[in-house]
Design a protein. Structure first.
Length: 422
């Protein structure tokens, strides 16, 4: 095959990788399997491109050299140190290594997109269209249109409980907001307004699925964005800050109102029923989470340096005990701690927690410096993505969940690949 023919075939393969990556994130609405299948196909294509395109290979190797890469690698080394002390060392090793492989896979995708500009712009368009389309379908289902879940899940026997089924998609949609808006602005023209239109759709999905962790992430990313715009002395910064303040107040008020019924039910429990321990108002944080966090923090105190093992907290003695005063199905740790900071602390100890916090702070600081220096909107999108993801993860989803990790690292790689000086 001639060089020209090979180059043409590789460009088509890069376009395939871009389409699979673009569709994967919104396809969380269809479930984890569909999302991971699309990313798996994208990774296979990226591996072929790394093998056949020297420029992609050089970009991938170059990505492993900067200080940020070495600091991130140090996090995985720190986690590895804690593995021998785990409640189940082999299980912890598997989950920790899987996280490292996800980072490398995202770096491969980044390298491909750096080399193929055309594929990058194709990705932007497909991601915008797919995100809007699936958000609309989710909203139609949430508002009483039957059959949509059956089609998305390809399961005719599935009970339609859209407020449960689309809850994870609401979190993904929150992460997509700054990315889709940035892509629309990059494409410009009508695409700019399509990019903007996704934000209210995503917010409606969050509200109608009652996903408070996603709303917390949305608040964090809007506050972070407003502060960064203010520091960069952008126009209309004051109006933006006022809007953010009003929005945050509205979200808190909505959460408080939605929780009044739950509070009344607990307060009016039959006499003799024990009341669950709580340290914060129930409208702000439900008693179940408060008891989960209390149990997890106590397990951290048991082994403060090396923790109890990656992804092991719900397997420790007492984790499945029901919370006094709540339903018998409300275990102290039903599946995970619902808080990434407590999860990392309890499972990897200070040895695993402090390097991660340092790595996140270092990356964020570098992005802030770059944004304030040249006001590149890619850096703004990356910072707001970080704010939204890590704030939301303080309230829900295990940080070891495959789809949740992939959501962050892949979206981060996609945006970073368009940065002139990555």
């Amino acid at each position: 095959m001639s060089k020209t023919a090979l180059s043409s075939q590789l460009s088509k393969l890069a376009a395939f990788v871009a389409v699979m990556v673009a569709m994967a994130m919104p396809l969380r609405a269809s479930g984890v399997a569909v999302q991971q299948a699309a990313l798996g196909l994208a990774l296979l294509g990226a591996l072929v491109l790394v093998g056949l395109n020297a420029n992609v290979r050089r970009a991938f190797k170059a990505a492993l050299a900067p200080p940020q890469a070495r600091i991130i690698a140090a996090v995985f080394v720190a986690w590895a140190i804690t593995v021998p002390f785990s409640h189940a060392p082999l299980g912890s090793l598997e989950i920790g290594m899987r996280g490292g492989l996800f980072v490398l896979a995202a770096t491969l995708i980044w390298a491909v997109l750096r080399e193929y500009d055309g594929a990058q712009q194709l990705l932007w368009k497909v991601l915008i269209v797919t995100s809007i389309g699936l958000a609309v379908l989710a909203l139609l289902s949430l508002n009483g249109v039957h059959g949509i879940i059956t089609v998305l899940k390809a399961q005719s026997y599935l009970a339609e409980r859209p407020h449960i089924i689309f809850k994870a998609f609401a979190a993904t949609s929150m992460c997509l907001i700054p990315v889709v808006a940035w892509m629309g602005r990059k494409l410009d023209g009508p695409w700019r307004w399509w990019g903007y239109s996704f934000a209210p759709l995503a917010l409606m999905v969050m509200v109608q699925t009652h996903n408070r962790s996603a709303l917390a992430g949305f608040m964090a990313m809007t506050i972070a964005g407003a502060l960064l715009l203010t520091l960069a002395r952008q126009k209309h910064a004051r109006a933006l800050l006022a809007t953010v303040g009003a929005g945050a107040t509205g979200i808190v008020a909505w959460v408080a109102i939605k929780e009044i019924t739950s509070i009344d039910n607990i307060a009016n429990a039959p006499s003799g029923t024990a009341q669950p321990d709580a340290y914060l108002p129930f409208w702000l944080l439900d008693p179940h989470r408060q008891n989960i966090w209390k149990f997890v923090f106590e397990r951290f105190l048991d082994h403060p340096w090396v923790g109890n093992g990656i992804d092991q907290i719900n397997r420790l003695p007492g984790a499945k005990m029901p919370v006094p005063g709540l339903d018998a199905s409300a275990a102290l740790v039903p599946s995970h701690p619902h808080n990434w900071a407590l999860e990392i602390l309890a499972e990897t100890g200070l040895i695993g927690f402090l390097p991660l916090v340092f790595a996140l702070a270092f990356v964020a600081w570098k992005l802030i410096q770059r944004y304030l220096q040249d006001e590149n909107e890619a850096d703004l999108a990356l910072l707001t993505l970080m704010a939204g993801f890590w704030a939301s993860a303080l309230f829900n989803f295990s940080i070891w969940a495959t789809w949740w990790q992939l959501t962050f690292v892949v979206l981060f790689a996609v945006v970073a690949s368009a940065r002139e000086h990555a």
